[in-house]
Design a protein around this ligand. Structure first.
Ligand code: SF4
Length: 428
């Protein structure tokens, strides 16, 4: 079959990773994407779907499944409502309100990835900038504990490595550094790769802070597997940048030091801003994981691990993050949306999930489907449903609906659930 011309394809926004590429195309006739990376193509291709709403594996109507889900949530003392990073802000907003109404715990995927960084941002603030600025201005980009070539494959081309911008006209105008514990695919595209010992991010950042301050004597000959000479060169490169960007990943937030690593890195960036312009920003994973944190923040003041069981929001990550709640056996029902904790959570958390009634809302079947009492299929945002998502740098994008489907959107499902909860609680 001949290739369809680009101008005949529909412009869409990729709803897979936090890069939220807005230059990709979709062929509605052939149900095929163009310009996507491998990850985006896999999502925007025909694949197995959850066929219909189900209760105990038996097909039912959307209304029946929603009725059952509401019954489960209202009968629970403290349900956990978890996921949210791969749906749109409109659905997340309804989810936060629903969690409040049923006196549950709201938690989202960041609690197992970038959330420690969130704590650091609360403490220190963030000298941030958009990906547009990185593309147009950044002459030094450091990927620290992040591997865009595998996690955000088009990020380097669109924004951070080979992207040509207003002031950065060519790849040669930009120095790219990768700091990691192993030689990743991203290390191969870097001008400089610095391999560090696992768990030594904090002391290495401290050494860089000392060097940027001119306190060379405070730095030993080697820190975390990196020689003083190499650290000095990196500190100089950072000081001499016209516009630098430190883009960190889970290698920083989930290794020894966690939020303290990010806090230390922010302090380094603050220090560098006395010399030149630097920003620091996390490389967020799921396409709307920023929304999963920002929406509850603008609704109730917190980004994750929020407990409503006392009728008002309480934030305590060591207590109300999904894994803490599950491993304590402190929830008696769960609603999982746009996520697959059975595949990714520790055994002890999954063991508790298996004991309680689970409601799943997702376009695609996954491991969580297998243990769910109620399964509600949903439309795929960006193709079959519209809504707003925040790119990893917090820039909002309107993702489109370009295909009609019999699947309900997350927003519609949650709207009806909320309506039913209100009705049963006599709230209107
Ligand atoms: S980089 Fe991310 S947003 Fe862009 S096409 Fe690939 S998966 Fe989609």
């Amino acid at each position: 079959m001949p290739e369809t011309k680009e101008e005949e394809l529909t412009n869409v926004i990729c709803t897979f990773c936090g890069s939220v590429c807005d230059d990709v195309l979709f062929d509605v006739e052939k149900y095929k994407g163009k310009k996507f990376c491998k990850l985006g193509s896999a999502k925007f291709s025909k694949k197995e779907r959850i066929k219909a709403p189900m209760i105990d594996g038996k097909e039912v109507s959307y209304e029946e499944a929603i009725e059952k889900a509401v019954e489960i949530l209202l009968n629970a003392k403290r349900p956990l409502l978890y996921g949210w990073a791969s749906t749109v802000n409109e659905a997340i907003r309804l989810g936060v309100i629903l969690t409040e109404k049923v006196g549950g715990v709201y938690d989202q995927c960041a609690s197992v990835c970038h959330a420690p960084g969130t704590l650091a941002l609360i403490e220190e603030g963030v000298p941030g900038g958009s990906l547009g600025e990185v593309k147009n201005r950044a002459d030094v980009v450091i990927f620290w504990g992040s591997n865009p070539m595998e996690a955000h494959p088009r990020h380097p081309v669109r924004y951070s490595v080979r992207a040509k911008g207003l002031l950065i006209k060519d790849r040669k105008d930009r120095k790219v550094v990768v700091v990691d514990v192993r030689k990743t695919k991203s290390a191969n595209m870097a001008d400089l790769f610095i391999q560090i010992k696992p768990g030594y991010d904090y002391p290495i950042i401290s050494a860089l802070r000392a060097l940027v301050k001119g306190e060379e004597d405070a730095v030993p000959d080697e820190v975390g597997g990196v020689s003083k000479q190499q650290l000095k060169e990196l500190a100089e490169l950072m000081k001499n940048a016209k516009y630098g960007a430190l883009l960190y990943g889970l290698g920083v937030t989930q290794s020894r030091g966690r939020d303290r690593n990010v806090e230390n890195a922010i302090k380094l960036i603050q220090l560098l801003n006395r010399h030149t312009r630097w920003i620091i920003w996390p490389m967020r994973g799921h396409y709307n994981v920023v929304g999963a944190g920002d929406v509850p923040a603008w609704e109730v003041g917190y980004t994750y691990a929020i407990d409503f069981s006392r009728g008002y929001p309480r934030f305590s990550p060591g207590e109300f993050a999904a894994n803490e709640v599950l491993q304590r056996g402190d929830c008696d029902a769960a609603l999982i949306i746009a996520s697959d904790p059975v595949a990714h959570f520790p055994k002890a958390s999954v063991a508790h999930l298996k004991k309680i009634p689970v409601i799943q809302i997702d376009p695609f079947p996954n491991m969580t489907t297998l243990i769910s009492k109620v399964v509600i299929p949903s439309a795929m945002a960006g193709l079959e449903a519209e809504g707003t998502a925040y790119r990893m740098d917090g820039i909002p994008f309107r993702v489109k609906k370009i295909i009609d489907t019999e699947y309900w959107s997350d927003e519609k499902i949650l709207e009806l659930m909320l309506e039913k909860v209100n009705e049963k609680l006599g709230l209107r």
